[in-house]
Design a protein around this ligand. Sequence first.
Ligand code: UDP
Length: 417
Amino acid sequence: MSHVENMDKTAVSSRKLSLDKYKSTVGEEHVEHIRSLAEKLSGCSVVHVNSTSFGGGVAEILHRLVPLMQDVGLDTQWKVIKGTTEFFNATKTIHNALQGMKKPLTEELKNTYLQQNAANASQMSLDCDHVVIHDQQPLALINFYRKRYGKWIWRCHIDLSQPNQEFLRFSAPFIRLYDASIFTMKQYVSSSLKLKEVAIIPPSIDPLSDKNKSLPDTVILSVLSKYDVNPEKPILTQVARFDPWKDPLGVIDVYKLVKKKIPDVQLLFIGSMASDDPEGWVYFEKTARYSGADYDIHLLTDLVGVHDIEVNAFQRASNVVLQKSLREGFGLTISEALWKGVPVVGANVGGIPLQVIHNATGFLVNNVEEAAEKTIYLLKHSEIAKIMGEKGREHVRKNFLITRHLEDYLKLFIQLS
Ligand code: UDP
């Protein structure tokens, strides 16, 4: 077992969490089972590497998974690579292209990407038993790291169902260097990748985090009042970064159709600005202009104080949550809504159908018109919406809580050891 360096400037510090606190939500047996798996890895070191400690699903997961891995006895760290704006523009292009966007793969982009990965590899200490690299930004670290010590795992969070083939060919040689890769769905594993070891592990939410814990009505109402949202009128919400794949303009189109039938409906578009996502401001402005002067549309970001508790409160106050994505690796926001008993109208893409079971936990839709129709239906049938929300919560309890996620990681580590 290696000794993990603690003074690394790229390290993200994490709070303490106790797995035992999850017993009342997932059962004592499940917690004991996780502890017995962890015993087999006692003393092992793990490092997770990604590109931001704030904004987006990966950071959301790591803030909870890393301390839980520590709690079960793994010497676990989280490190974030550094990058220039040029680098994050390049990695966002790669992200967009891997999700299917037509983009040219220029020599300049490749050089920026590779040079920054090489620079990070030379500055980071990753001598752990299990090195988990998240997504495409740090994918090429493996190519430059001086001497690999433990098992290296690439964790892909994005929707790889229809990739731009040129970018997939560029990424494939790096992916193949890993001892194992994790994908959210088997549909994302292209046979052309010819991978050694593949694990299918969907992501998860933490029921005890500020984002998902239960909140008193007084807190919910005070958040609504602070942001001038009327609790007496119907609320339709999408929580998503301002990103082309989240289809922000499509969300406005859905709302406008719903508004024709339900004039007092309000739309909350909650989108944080991630430090590794330079497109955020561009799409924020596009969305703001497209919304026009309608005061029932609220564009809310972390920059006006909308953090975990506020997102939690808005999700709980919603009658319907929308996820109108064009591509979606998984979409934690869907499980977050279902866990709060709110039905979801979601696009029939990527990881959304894992969570939205059509006619049971919400509706899967294929275009703006269908999304509006199903939203109107749920707003007009609150009893059915409630039943769907309850089914959603149970679906998430069984499949998408962080304890299941932790268990899957432990099993993979044991398998690779
Ligand atoms: N999120 C947030 N505030 C926002 C927008 C998003 O806290 O304004 C969180 C959201 O609650 C979820 C995560 O960021 O936990 C987004 O993860 P998801 O898998 O839905 O999408 P990604 O951003 O990874 O594509």
